[in-house]
Design a protein around this ligand. Structure first.
Ligand SMILES: [Zn+2]
Length: 315
């Protein structure tokens, strides 16, 4: 089961509490289906639950009988055929929403969506019939698809007019249809909540939180690796200096406090200054100060023997 089909399944068992909302959902379902015309009677619907919901809505709110049949030729994808038989029945259905069936460009009749409760139900219907949502594990993307440009434009207007949330939908053309889409995860979450898919919205939120936690974890671990590299490169310079002192004069020539830190550093190249300090019961800056004195002392001894030899040959 995909995220989209889980989401539609959740929506299809919702009950419309008010008659106005039932009618609004039915309007969304039918207007954005391919059956909202006197001529066209049939459409393919991949989701059986959605097809049955359209038939139920058409019967209850428009008094029209719609037939749902499993399409046996497309058994694998589980397709269903939805049909509203009879021109008269289709005309009745269209007219019950205030349309004539002779419009050149199909548009949303805003008169059908006067109440806020009905806007949410209408959008639920539109999402069920022509919407889809990408698995949030991959990306945040919710879209509606329609062959009618004006319907796409009107849908954008309806989405922008929702008072309970902020939607910034965009339109794109794809082959013979128009796609209205939303990309922001928070907006998609709000949309799902608005149309009644509370569980799917919660799932999306959890996936998002998990993704963020995972990214943060990676960031922290990259940061730790970078710090570790820094510790190593500083330590390797200190160890080179200590080795030079050891070669030229011997570590025992160093004052006791420097000897102590030099020996400890030599045996623990991966220790941070803080850890060295803890071992010696001195502060981090105390360790830093002693190591600096060692480096300075090493500098007075010059470069290591082989480098000096190489320089001489060069001259
Ligand atoms: Zn309503």
């Amino acid at each position: 089961m995909s995220f989209a089909s889980d989401c539609k399944k959740e929506l299809c068992i919702l009950e419309n509490k008010r008659a106005c909302c039932l009618k609004a959902e039915c309007y969304g379902l039918l207007l954005f289906s391919k059956c909202f015309s006197v001529r066209e009677s049939r459409m393919i619907c991949e989701n059986g639950a959605v097809a049955r919901r359209v038939a139920e809505a058409a019967a209850v709110s428009a008094g029209v009988y719609a037939e749902v049949r499993a399409d046996l030729r497309r058994k694998k994808t589980g397709a269903f055929t939805l049909e509203i038989p009879g021109e008269d029945a289709r005309r009745t259905m269209i007219e019950s929403f205030g349309h004539t069936g002779t419009e050149v460009g199909l548009r949303i009749r805003m008169e059908n969506l006067k109440k806020d409760c009905c806007v949410a139900s209408f959008l639920r219907g539109v999402f069920l019939i022509c919407g889809t949502i990408t698995d949030p594990q991959k990306e945040y993307h919710l879209e509606f698809s329609t062959p009618h440009l004006h319907l796409a434009e009107d849908l954008v207007q309806v989405l922008q007019g929702v008072k309970a949330a902020q939607f910034s939908p965009a339109i794109a053309r794809r082959k013979n249809s128009y796609m209205v889409y939303i990309k922001e995860s928070a907006a998609i979450e709000d949309f799902l909540t608005l149309i009644g898919a509370g569980n799917s919205a919660m799932d999306l939120m959890q996936i998002k939180m998990y993704k963020e936690a995972y990214n943060n974890m990676n960031r922290v671990s990259n940061c730790e690796t970078a710090n570790l590299d820094k510790t190593y490169s500083a330590a390797s310079k200190q160890i080179a200096a200590i080795a030079l002192i050891s070669d030229k004069v011997g570590i025992e020539e160093l004052p006791a406090d420097l000897q102590e830190v030099a020996t400890l550093r030599l045996h623990n190249p991966d220790m941070s200054l803080r850890e060295l300090g803890e071992r010696l019961s001195i502060s981090r800056s105390g360790v830093n100060h002693r190591l600096r004195r060692i480096m300075e002392y090493a500098e007075t001894l010059g470069t290591p023997e082989d480098e000096v030899a190489a320089q001489r040959i060069g001259k």
